[in-house]
Design a protein around this ligand. Structure first.
Ligand code: ITT
Length: 201
């Protein structure tokens, strides 16, 4: 049995491979599965978008477990924006250096207690028999005062985690996966897959 992960985001794929690799199953990105689909993420929630992406792959592939992640950054001071629009925020092709600087500018002078934010990750799974599940996990933090670190991707350089005293871009892949929204969601999905496979024996 293979897993196809419905993402075109290489940063996500790195995190996925580290955790899901422990299952001992082949994990393919959409590109590796030979799929070039333009999937319109028009859901109103992370859960809906994750299921839209997973369903688009499940519709064209048989005998694989399909996973899809929809995630984003909610900034309380900006009324939870960019939220479900995180990858489209300021334009899909705009660099994260520019997006992150723009957010820092919007929060200029805002006191620490009001800089609260969270990463949200929903992961949808669709099994070959059509069974579907979706999980949601978060990590709480704050928008920092400057961009820091070069690990991770996206908004990691401005997402400050008080317990660690650094941004998620300053954590190693292993450290980030232990505490992150995606790491926790992937661990739950791993258990769901293990239980489902055990039930089939
Ligand atoms: P796919 O839809 O192909 O998976 P995407 O990047 O468009 O790739 P999303 O629609 O789920 O994915 O948007 C998620 C965005 O939220 C992502 O592009 C980042 O900007 C941000 N994001 C999510 N998780 C993140 C993380 O762990 N670190 C930094 N930024 C993150």
């Amino acid at each position: 049995m293979k897993i196809v992960f419905a993402t075109g985001n290489e940063g996500k794929m790195k995190e996925v491979r580290m955790i899901m690799g422990e299952l001992g199953m082949e994990i393919l990105s959409m590109k590796e599965a030979g799929l070039q689909l333009a999937i319109e993420e028009n859901g109103a929630t992370f859960e809906e978008n994750a299921m839209i992406k997973a369903q688009a792959i499940a519709d064209v592939m048989d005998d694989v477990i399909v996973l899809a992640d929809d995630s984003g950054l909610e900034i309380d001071y900006l009324n939870k924006e960019p939220g479900v629009h995180s990858s489209r925020y300021m334009g899909e092709t705009t660099s994260y250096d520019i997006k992150n600087q723009h957010i820092l500018d919007l929060l200029k002078g805002v006191e620490e207690q009001k800089r609260t934010a969270r990463f949200v990750c929903t992961i949808a799974v669709i099994f070959p028999d059509g069974e579907k599940k979706v999980v949601r996990e978060t990590i709480e933090g704050q928008i920092g005062y400057e961009s820091k670190g070069s690990n991770g991707f996206g908004y990691d350089p401005i997402f400050y985690v008080p317990e660690f005293g650094c941004t998620t871009a300053e954590l190693s892949l292993e450290q980030k996966n232990k505490i992150s929204h995606r790491g926790k969601a992937l661990e739950r999905i791993k258990t769901i897959i293990c239980n489902s496979l055990a039930g089939q024996k």
